[in-house]
Every structure is written in structure tokens, then in C-alpha cells.
Design a protein around this ligand. Structure first.
Ligand code: NZQ
Ligand code: ZN
Length: 398
């Protein structure tokens, strides 16, 4: 393990069927004015809203609401949220939802105390400045699994006017103070969203795995996480209320992106860069933007990171390194093994119902140029992409 790093994660987790009991305890640590942040209303249909508002009332809190946070939250909504929070004289946020609600809450939390005249978009999503004003504490109740936002500082915000979707990684002072993780809360997530979240988790792990050439504990941990995810995903698509599967997926999601799994090694994130550019233009579900471009992307970089792709095939997909030919056994080449791994991955993706083509997300040939221009180009992976490479990837996915 060659990298030097600091590891600190301040988010306290409550996990399991009774995790909500942690909320009452946590609420004692914060002031009276709570802004409840949520999305389009799923929490009212499945009863989570009633459960939580009862606890807030019993705890003597003044509850203010910031509802209607959309998937892929916009900076315009962030401006609205800042006003709601300021007029509530907010002491804490309680964010109930998936990545969109939690990411949004972080952006608002970092902005409530910004001096007037400082634009949060410019400050955090253009200049990438640290949050130096006092953030408002955030607690979260996760209802849709995938992003890892429940235990990290990530906040991805879309600026519709600029045609950009930008991810800011805030410092640990913006991580949720606590998170309630009850796998049963995810049972009502529509299948399309569930599967999208599952691929988001897979992609987070792959972005950290496909980089570097040192022998690294983090890679072994990630192989275990991927194996668990693949097993549980196959069960969850057949039976969405299988507790073992849903709880494994939930826990894997948190560890896939709580800054632990990729410690001490280089990281890639190019699939996310392309996916975010697709998301900015289509507003599609985040995980589906990643699934649509992943196979073409990994096929393209495979020759540049062959040993890691071979290892992925053997350790994650159990590819047999030997083949049979006219009753004789032969050793497959590294390239054959590596390619078979990607083939098995694409079969799994089809089996669980992932989007494999950008056209299924409404992408047209006319949009390709804007996607290429909105893509950030990193150099942490096995190959730094050019715009021509991204065009090839997009074309292959059409
Ligand atoms: O809005 P409601 O009505 O609640 O419906 C939501 C939404 O339509 C629904 N949903 C959530 N929980 C449900 C439920 N429906 C029924 N029952 C439940 N229990 O699911 C839909 C999608 O929710 P959303 O929060 O948008 O999904 P996700 O968790 O995938 O979050 C996506 C956002 O997170 C960003 C993405 O870019 C995207 O903007 N990401 C954040 C990251 C981070 N913070 O580190 C990293 C990721 O790579 C990602 O970029
Ligand atoms: Zn993601």
C-alpha cells in the first residue's frame, strides 16, 4: 500500500430494523428548530413521514419543512432551501430520502451562513472552496440505497442554465452527524431505482479498484464488497423484500463510498465524469447513466490495465483460467480471461435489468457533442481519455 492518507469519518450509524430508535437519542444533541428535508412524497406513502414527525413532536421540536427536493437536485432549489432554513432559524436538518435529498441538504447546510453576495454555486461548485462558515448539523434517514451520501461529504448539484452537473466533496464537517439505516425502508423503492442504485454502488467500487498497480489491502476489501453486491442483487431483483439481500446491499453501499474503500491508492472516476455529463443533459437516474457507458469504457481501457482486469475476472467473477479444446485443457491468455470477466459483468447487468444503451435514456446523436464538452477528464485511471475516446464510448452505447 503506497499511498499516505488520513482517515476520519465522523458519521454515527444506526443499522437494522430498529434503527429509528437512535433518532430520539440523537435529537437531544441539537436545538429546537428542525428543518425536515424530503423529496417528492414517497415518505408520505410508506409511513416514514408519520413515524418521524411523531418522534420529532415527542422530542419537543419545532418542525419546518423543505419538501419537493427533486432527483438530481438543482442549484435553484438550493437557493430556496437556504431561505427556508434562514427563516426557520435552523438548528439542524433532518434529511429523509436518497442521495438527492442528502446531497442537497449538504449544499444548503454549507450555504446558510454564507455572507450575502456570496453565491454557493460559484463558491462550492465552480471554485471548489472549502466551507469556512459554520455548517448546520445534518442527520439523515436513508430510504434509497446507492450513493453513499449518508456517510460522506459528497454533494452533486445540477445547474440547469449552465448545463452542468457538478460534484463537490465537502470536508468532514459536512458529513452527516448520524444516519439511520433501516433496510426495510428501502422495500418500496421502485425496481428501476433499486437497480440503478445497485449499479451506482458497483460503479463506486470499480472507480476505486481500477487504478494503481501496487498490492493494496483496499483492493481485497473491494473484491469482497463486489462479490456480496452481485450475490445480493440477484436475490433482490427476484424478491425485493428479502431482508438479507436488502441489508447487504445497504451496508455495501455505505462502505463503497464512505471514503474507506479506496484509501491508500489511486482512483479513477471517469465513468462518473461521463455519467454526470449525461445526467446534466438528460436528468436520467444516476446509476443508469453509469451503466449505459460502463462496458464500452472498460473495454476501451482494458489493454492499459490488463493485470487488474484479469484479477477482477478471477476474483470477482470466478472466471475459469483454463479452457477446454477438443478434450484437451489449455491455459487462457490474460486478455481472454480479462475479457471474459467483462462479459460476465455485462450478463449480470442484463440479468438485473440495467440500462445498456444511452438511447434508452433519451440521448440523441445531436447531444453527443455537449456531453463530451461537459465531461471532466481525470488522470487517475489506467488511461487518460481524450474527447475522441469519449465519443467512441458514447457511440458504442447508442
Ligand atoms: O422523491 P421521492 O418521492 O422520495 O422519490 C424518490 C426519487 O424519485 C424515490 N425514493 C427514494 N426512497 C424511496 C423512493 N421511492 C419509494 N420508496 C422509497 N423508500 O427514488 C427516487 C430517486 O431518489 P434519488 O435520491 O434521486 O436517488 P439516488 O439515491 O440515486 O441519488 C441520486 C443523486 O445522488 C448523486 C447523483 O448524482 C444524483 O444527483 N450522487 C451523490 C454521491 C455522493 N453524495 O457521494 C455520489 C454518487 O456518485 C452520485 O453522483
Ligand atoms: Zn455514483
Amino acid at each position: 500500500m503506497r499511498g499516505s492518507f488520513t482517515y476520519y469519518n465522523p458519521t454515527k450509524l444506526y443499522f437494522g430494523k430498529d434503527a429509528i430508535n437512535g433518532l430520539k437519542e440523537e435529537l437531544k444533541n441539537y436545538g429546537k428548530n428542525v428543518v425536515l428535508v424530503y423529496g417528492g412524497g414517497s415518505i408520505k406513502k410508506n409511513g416514514i413521514y408519520d413515524t418521524v414527525t411523531t418522534i420529532l413532536k415527542e422530542s419537543g421540536k419545532n418542525v419546518f419543512e423543505d419538501a419537493g427536493v427533486m432527483s438530481n437536485p438543482t442549484i435553484k432549489k438550493v437557493y430556496e432551501g437556504i431561505e427556508i432554513a434562514r427563516s426557520a432559524n435552523v438548528d439542524m436538518f433532518l434529511a429523509i430520502g436518497g442521495g438527492s435529498v442528502i446531497d442537497y441538504t449538504k449544499a444548503v447546510s454549507a450555504s446558510v451562513n454564507l455572507p450575502s453576495g456570496v453565491d454557493p454555486w460559484d463558491e462550492y461548485f465552480v471554485k471548489y472552496n472549502e466551507c469556512t462558515v459554520k455548517p448546520i448539523p445534518i442527520g439523515t434517514i436513508l430510504t434509497m440505497v446507492g450513493t453513499g451520501s449518508e456517510m460522506n461529504g459528497g454533494s452533486v448539484i445540477t445547474n440547469e442554465d449552465a448545463g452542468l452537473k457538478v460534484g463537490k466533496v465537502f470536508d468532514s464537517n459536512l458529513f452527516p452527524k448520524f444516519t439511520i439505516l433501516n433496510p426495510e425502508y428501502t422495500y418500496t423503492v421502485p425496481r428501476y431505482q433499486m437497480v440503478s442504485g445497485i449499479f451506482d454502488i458497483m460503479s463506486h467500487i470499480m472507480e476505486q479498484y481500477f487504478s494503481g498497480d501496487d498490492d493494496n489491502t483496499s483492493d481485497y476489501i473491494m473484491e469482497g464488497l463486489m462479490r456480496s453486491l452481485i450475490t445480493s442483487s440477484k436475490i433482490a431483483v427476484k424478491n425485493p423484500t428479502d431482508y438479507d439481500a436488502r441489508s447487504n446491499i445497504m451496508w455495501t453501499a455505505t462502505w463503497a463510498l464512505n471514503t474507506f474503500a479506496g484509501k491508500g491508492k489511486a482512483q479513477d472516476w471517469e465513468v462518473h465524469n461521463i455519467g454526470q455529463a449525461v445526467g446534466a443533459i438528460t436528468n436520467a437516474a444516476h446509476g443508469m447513466t453509469l451503466s449505459a457507458v460502463s462496458i464500452p469504457y472498460y473495454r476501451l481501457i482494458l489493454p492499459y490495465g490488463l493485470p487488474k482486469f484479469k484479477r477482477f475476472a478471477l476474483n470477482v467473477w470466478n472466471v475459469n483460467p483454463f479452457g477446454k479444446n477438443m478434450n484437451a485443457t489449455y491455459a487462457k491468455t490474460d486478455s481472454e480471461i480479462a475479457k471474459e470477466g467483462l462479459l460476465m459483468m455485462s450478463e449480470w447487468m442484463r440479468e438485473i435489468g440495467l440500462v445498456m444503451h444511452l438511447t434508452d435514456l433519451g440521448v440523441t446523436n445531436e447531444m453527443l457533442d455537449s456531453i463530451i464538452k461537459a465531461t471532466f477528464y481525470n488522470d487517475g485511471g489506467y488511461k487518460k481519455l481524450t474527447q475522441a475516446d469519449v465519443l467512441n464510448i458514447l457511440n458504442e452505447s447508442m
